[in-house]
Design a protein around this ligand. Sequence first.
Ligand SMILES: Nc1nc2c(c(=O)[nH]1)N[C@H]1C(S)=C(S)[C@@H](COP(=O)(O)OP(=O)(O)OC[C@H]3O[C@@H](n4cnc5c(N)ncnc54)[C@H](O)[C@@H]3O)O[C@H]1N2
Ligand code: MOO
Ligand SMILES: [Mg+2]
Length: 426
Amino acid sequence: MAEIRKPIPVEEAISRVWQNRLEGDVEYVSIEGCDNRRIAEDIVASHPVPPFPKSPYDGFALRSADTHEANRNNPVTFEVVEHIGAGQVPVKHLHKGEAIRIMTGAKIPEGADCIAMFEVCQSYEQHNKAYMSIKRTMESGQNIIQEGSEVATGEKLIEQGTLINPGVKAVLATFGYSQVKVAKKPVIGIIATGTELLDVDEDLEPGKIRNSNAHMIASQIIRAGAEYKYFGKLADVLAASYDMITKALAEVDILITTGGVSVGDFDLMPAIYEKLGADVLFNKVAMRPGSVTTVAASGDKLLYGLSGNPSACYVGFELFARPIIQHSLRNPNVFLKRIRATLADDFPKPNPFTRFVRSYITYENGDVFTNLAGMDKSNVVTSLAHSTSLMVLPGGTRGFNAGDQVDVMLLDDQEGQCEFGFTENK
Ligand SMILES: Nc1nc2c(c(=O)[nH]1)N[C@H]1C(S)=C(S)[C@@H](COP(=O)(O)OP(=O)(O)OC[C@H]3O[C@@H](n4cnc5c(N)ncnc54)[C@H](O)[C@@H]3O)O[C@H]1N2
Ligand code: MOO
Ligand SMILES: [Mg+2]
């Protein structure tokens, strides 16, 4: 008789994997190559921003006190004693009755305490000397970007674990990080098991299918921020499979296999775990799809035995592998971001297990809807193409109807959240 496995709740399965999580390494990469990596140190301002007081406008640097008599009928005239652009440092100290012609971004001259924009000034030349006049008063500090007004030295700007996006890169460049300390991508091995598997470039033959799981998992690994190493596909033969899995394990941080974890005659993964002496953390989870998902610890490595069924494989990765990758990348928000949304479709059939249903989000008049991505069976591959989220339908005795509020996990979101727990559905 086939082995009877006892399913454990999803939360319990996550907790068992979490207890075996890996701590990641760090490395330095050039700023050009740091996009979409996670920063491995807090970024603290090493100097004020801006580092000197500067002009926000093209205009004239003045002493505001000199403008106090100015009004519409009484223009006050200044001699223009210097002319500077951004990057030039003023040499003159401004004295009474003097102006310096200054461009946006240039350092404020000593003695000046305001900037008048060109638009409120008149310029002219007389006897080979430059002059300007103004018909309004200026205040001290007017139109000056003060040193440190944006950031003071010592201010923490970016937490470690933050994903590097264009804005983060701007901050890194501002503070001179030509080399950036980032979390090293964990290397995740992939092996697809199944005598029925063909490579992607092979023609179909009777009884065979193309190996879609390996490519799907590789893509999920990339989306999660890690690196993959593909070891190929294995026929369901114990000795050769054991050898390949042992070899692969030595070369990676985490090894993912797909297929062969259930109770079939050619499902070899349970025997391989035994031969490896691996500690099987669980081999049955109260969820659909992916109830057969198995995770084992072997030394300091984790071995994921994901289901061969494509949708089960997909969900198993997102629930159990992604958070571990995120942790090793130093993202404190290791779990997929979860939102509440309104069910757009009926789900009349109850299921004792929690269902993670492939779905996508739509917005209508400010409301968020979750829609079925396609066929919802574990063996289905095509609906995955339209899945950007997993809606969570808790197990129980009742089905769900369009209009019900449910939790939805967002697959493309990179921010995540620090807790896994779901909202209790009524
Ligand atoms: N007697 C029982 N039979 C099954 C049970 C059970 O509890 N008792 N569980 C079922 C469930 S649920 C699932 S899910 C599957 C899991 O099977 P395995 O993980 O052992 O995977 P395989 O048997 O190797 O393959 C299942 C299915 O997936 C196809 N497959 C495999 N690899 C790939 C790949 N790389 N790309 C695309 N498709 C793949 C394979 O051809 C099979 O059709 O077991 C049920 N049975
Ligand atoms: O592991 Mo199976 O997917 O629950 O269908
Ligand atoms: Mg099987």
